[in-house]
Design a protein around this ligand. Structure first.
Ligand code: KIV
Length: 281
């Protein structure tokens, strides 16, 4: 069994050849399966808002929602590093960020927190790290900024925005974050940022030149009803579930289920005794 990755080991992962495998999970059984499959890091993403809670974006997700899901994940994957997303507006000031990240560390036993943004969140990053809370950054397509971005659009496609991304990445790395998620940016840009900074980059929709990859559980397993271009379903679980439920429905309607094999029985002696008592007058 692999040892649980620590923030310190994560931070120095660049020395290793093998890319890191991150996967999101939102409940006990998903986390159990992710741990059994040997993922390096489980991210309790605020993507729980769209994948599990049925919202159109991650913005409605609250601290209480994240605590609720992260506690389940921790119970399912006690031996895997667990990073929990600070949700929208939960880290606008250092004191607020500290108390919210502290909740994740104490109430869910998280190994670190992830937050979105570059130089504008450095005061928050400093406060968390000063209190020994490992921080993971997230740049590029940052879903909590969906309105500012004008939709879920690929970022850093112009020379100016590539430079801004690089400056943000460098600043976050210099302030001590343990790893950086790069989402929805061109592959060459992600590879260049990866070369330029000393901490590992974890890509999602960022090509093959990062130090690791992360996928949303539902996209990875074929549970979603639609997929972004970058997502590859590695199993067809949605189809298996729908056809299983259809088969169940059909067997109930034809009384093929439950069969004798799936029923409980009473002995003839007990049943006959009951019957004669019931019909004695
Ligand atoms: O919320 C999430 O699942 C994420 C990943 C997409 C990186 O932030």
């Amino acid at each position: 069994m692999k040892e649980r990755l620590t923030a310190q080991k994560l931070k120095s992962w660049k020395e290793q050849e093998t890319p890191l495998v991150w996967l999101t999970a939102y409940d006990f059984s998903q986390a159990e399966m992710a741990e059994q499959a040997g993922v390096d890091v489980i991210l309790v993403g605020d993507s729980v808002g769209t994948t599990v809670m049925g919202y159109d974006s991650t913005l409605p997700v609250t601290m209480d929602d994240m605590v609720y899901h992260a506690r389940m994940v921790r119970r399912g994957a006690p031996k895997t590093m667990m990073v929990v997303d600070l949700p929208f507006l939960s880290y606008t000031r250092p004191d607020q960020a500290l108390s919210n990240a502290g909740r994740f560390m104490q109430e869910t036993l998280a190994d670190g927190v992830k937050l979105e943004g570059g130089r504008r969140v450095l005061d928050v990053v400093d406060a968390l790290i000063a209190h020994d809370i490992p921080v993971i950054g997230h740049l590029g397509l940052t879903p909590q900024s969906v309105h500012a971005m004008g939709g879920y659009r690929v970022q850093a496609r112009t020379q100016e925005t590539v430079r801004q991304l690089l400056d943000d990445a460098q600043a976050l790395a210099d302030h001590g974050i343990a790893a950086l998620v790069l989402e929805g940016i061109p592959d060459r840009v992600a590879a260049y940022v990866t070369e330029q900074i000393a901490i590992p980059t974890i890509g999602i929709g960022a090509g093959n030149g990062t130090d690791g990859q992360v996928l949303v559980f539902h996209d990875c397993l074929g549970l979603s009803s639609r997929y972004p271009k970058f997502a590859k379903p590695f199993a067809d679980v949605r189809h298996a579930i729908v056809s299983g439920i259809e088969q169940y429905g059909s067997e109930v309607r034809t009384r093929a289920f439950p069969s004798d094999e799936h029923s409980y029985h009473i002995t003839d002696k007990e049943w006959e005794a009951f019957w004669s008592r019931e019909h004695s007058d």
